[in-house]
Design a protein around this ligand. Structure first.
Ligand SMILES: [Zn+2]
Length: 366
């Protein structure tokens, strides 16, 4: 069957009967990831002055490679499945693009070849490909993770094993997942004296997506390590505290309500995006994108998010207080009126970030 995405049309196998998102049966082409691919193309157009070559590390149908070629890149694909290799080659050719598609283990390829942009879009965890990706990527490494349950602490042991960090199933679970993933990626890059800096990240439809700029140098890598640390969290009153350190010194009792607390980490506590970069990406979202309106909304919200390592859910707070919630804009205005910063977040319609702590929030809005 033919699929049109952005300005390209590709051939993909008919979805297997009963195949659904999360089952792994839709690996050749996952329609749920169109937003992810639209934003990727906008990012590629944004960094085109610095980047010429692109590796679609999990090629499958070749949709990412074809769209990168349409954005002007010299593209390379890799897949261990010979049907996928044939399909990707054919899709590039049908759209009038050159490009190499190797029938090969992509880790072996990445250890031998460098590309300006390396894109990891696996089913499940990207960690088995992360080491090679940071050896291969010259300018940017883009990473999707679909294993959100391990990342956000819902599958605790699996998260600890895969990511070398302790995740906790908090009410800001989507951001927990993002910051566990970023922590693992930053530490992986640092092993090769590479500084990985997230310039855009989002959590949408049960996947985490992040774009990291890579810079060489031990000192720069040390600086990224300095943005790792721990978050102590109270499940009862939603108090939390973040500390940049690799030697955890947790606060075990909530200073606000006396409940014993949870500690997660090491997490990435630095910025998950660069607002100026995100605005440039939004300007490169074109009308040919099927998700153009959604992508622009998402990017505008991300660009406006405060640089805070966790977020709150307004409804959770009011439930805890036993009071009806109020309109989000009014709520944020109340915080700003008493001098705090406050922003919406892309994690949900009732989520927000602020520099106020949980007691200060209550004093400001109740
Ligand atoms: Zn508490």
């Amino acid at each position: 069957m033919e699929v049109r995405e952005g300005a390209v049309t590709i051939e993909v196998p008919e979805a297997r009967h009963g195949a659904s998102e999360g089952s792994g049966d839709g690996v050749f082409y996952n329609p749920v990831q169109e937003l992810n691919r639209d934003i990727t193309e906008a990012v590629l157009r944004t960094v085109a002055d610095d980047c010429e070559t692109y590796l679609d590390a999990m090629t499958a149908s070749g949709i990412r490679a074809v769209r990168a070629a349409d954005a002007g890149y010299a593209v390379t694909g890799c897949d261990v499945d010979s049907d996928a290799v044939g399909l990707a080659r054919s899709n590039l050719e049908q759209n009038g693009f050159d490009g190499e598609v190797h029938h090969r283990n992509v880790n072996a390829h990445m250890h031998e070849h460098r590309h300006d942009v390396v894109d990891l879009d696996p089913f499940g965890t990207p960690i088995p490909f992360a080491d090679a990706a940071f050896r291969s990527g010259r300018e940017y490494v883009c990473v999707t993770a679909t294993d959100t349950a391990p990342l956000c602490g819902a599958h605790f042991e699996s998260g600890v094993r895969s990511y070398g960090a302790v995740p906790r199933n908090t009410e800001f679970h989507a951001e927990m997942g993002l910051r566990v993933l970023l922590s693992a990626l930053v530490r992986t890059a640092a092993r090769y004296d590479v500084a990985a800096t997230p310039v855009l990240s989002h959590v949408s439809s049960h996947y985490v997506r992040t774009y990291l700029r890579v810079d060489g140098g031990a000192r720069a890598a040390d600086a990224r390590i300095g943005d790792l640390g721990y978050v102590d969290h109270c499940q009862r009153c939603l108090w939390r505290e973040a500390e940049r350190t690799l030697i955890a010194d947790p606060t075990t009792t909530c200073p606000n309500c006396g409940q014993s607390t949870w500690t997660a980490g090491p997490l990435w506590l630095g910025p998950a995006h660069d607002a100026a970069f995100v605005e440039r990406v939004a300007a490169n979202v074109t009308e040919s994108f099927g998700t153009a309106a959604k992508a622009r909304d998402l990017l505008a919200t991300i660009a406006g998010e405060l640089d805070e390592p966790t977020h709150y859910d307004q409804h959770r707070l009011y439930k805890r207080w036993g009071e009806p919630n109020i309109a989000m804009d009014d709520f944020l205005d109340l915080l700003r009126e008493v001098g705090f910063e406050a922003s919406r977040t892309h994690y949900g319609g009732t989520t927000f970030k602020t520099d106020a702590d949980v007691t200060e929030i209550a004093d400001a809005v109740r």
